[in-house]
Design a binder for this molecule. Structure first.
Ligand code: GLV
Length: 324
């Protein structure tokens, strides 16, 4: 008999078949307590768990005593209780390499659309407001040659620096836990303290995972340090920013505009004040959301689960140390 796994995200047909060739698959719509209760038997037997965007915590793990590996179709894993997984010796697999370039493209899209007011002016055209040659009330600000501040110089930060340096001739400042020689040598990026970056950058771009250390890293004080002309971009995780402070900074003109792909609460509530601000580009967490990249992430996640259940955790594993 094949081992059992729970799948909580729809997969492309060929990947579903690949998964089914290895496992008995129970597909569920989510990991809510109701769903778990409804499929209690399958959850109690499952050795693997595959999907994305749902919370995997100690309470869920209680219901899955046979679980040996979880595989998320994402690079971020802040929705997993890693300590609880470690305590139960459950591997956590993710997809760190599949989405780098696509998320860097999304960041460039946020920078360009916020600076040039692409969404706002396109809406005005649709509303029939383009009735004569445009004047300064339609103008944006330049991107090329402006200073880009990157907070978090990981794989995605590096791919953004490459685009900004070669494509847009932007001087690059960065702040990270350690110096990044590749960014410095290839893209002339300059390491600086966070405060210096906030004060000097024209574009402050956040690409950080959510951890205890990064929660609300950017708040009232940080916005006060930015230039009034600064454009703030976040495509990492929403709670790294104190959203209330961001809204106040935008409303009070402490910063010029924001391009956001992530929010403290997702989906973003329709009554969020962010949606009332013309100088905000708000996207529905599309960082990696292209057909090609989402396929590659799902394929990686399927392979990750197969590998982890065979004890192969040299690649893409968050907690290989539990192998012992
Ligand atoms: C997207 O946000 C991811 O973590 O892959």
């Amino acid at each position: 008999m094949k081992p059992s796994v729970i799948l909580y995200k729809a997969l492309p047909e060929d990947l579903q078949k690949r998964l089914e060739s290895h496992f008995t698959v129970t597909q569920v719509k989510d990991l809510s307590p109701d769903t778990v209760a409804q499929h209690a038997d399958a959850f109690s037997r499952a050795v693997g768990l595959l999907g994305s965007s749902e919370k995997v915590d100690a309470a869920l793990l209680e219901k899955m005593p046979a679980l040996r590996a979880t595989s998320t179709i994402s690079v971020g894993y802040d929705n997993f209780d890693v300590d609880a997984l470690n305590a139960r010796h459950v591997f956590l697999m993710h997809t760190p390499y599949a989405l780098t370039e696509t998320v860097a493209d999304t960041l460039m899209a946020l920078i360009l659309s916020s600076a040039r007011r692409v969404v706002e002016v396109a809406e005005r055209v649709k509303a029939g407001e383009w009735t004569k040659s445009i004047g300064p009330d339609w103008f944006g600000v330049d991107v090329h040659g402006k200073t880009l501040g990157i907070v978090g110089m990981g794989r995605i930060g590096l791919a953004l620096a490459q685009r900004a340096h070669f494509g847009f001739n932007m001087p690059i400042l960065y702040n990270a836990r350690r110096h990044h020689s590749e960014a410095e040598e290839r893209f002339n990026a300059r390491y600086c303290e966070l405060d210096t970056l906030l004060q000097e950058a024209d574009y402050v771009c956040l690409i950080l995972p959510l951890t205890d250390e990064t929660y609300h890293l950017i708040g009232k004080d940080a916005f006060a340090k930015m230039k009034p002309s600064a454009i703030f971009i976040n495509a990492g995780r929403g709670p790294v920013v104190d959203e209330k402070a961001l809204i106040e900074a935008l409303q009070n003109g402490e910063i010029h505009a924001a391009g956001l792909d992530v929010f403290e609460q997702e989906p973003l509530p329709v009554d969020s004040p962010l949606l009332q601000l013309p100088n905000v580009v708000a996207l529905p967490h599309i960082g990696s959301a292209t057909h090609e990249t989402r396929y590659n992430m799902a394929a990686t996640a399927v392979d990750n689960l197969i590998n982890a259940l065979e004890g192969k955790v040299e690649k893409n594993c968050v907690n290989p140390q539990i192998k012992g």
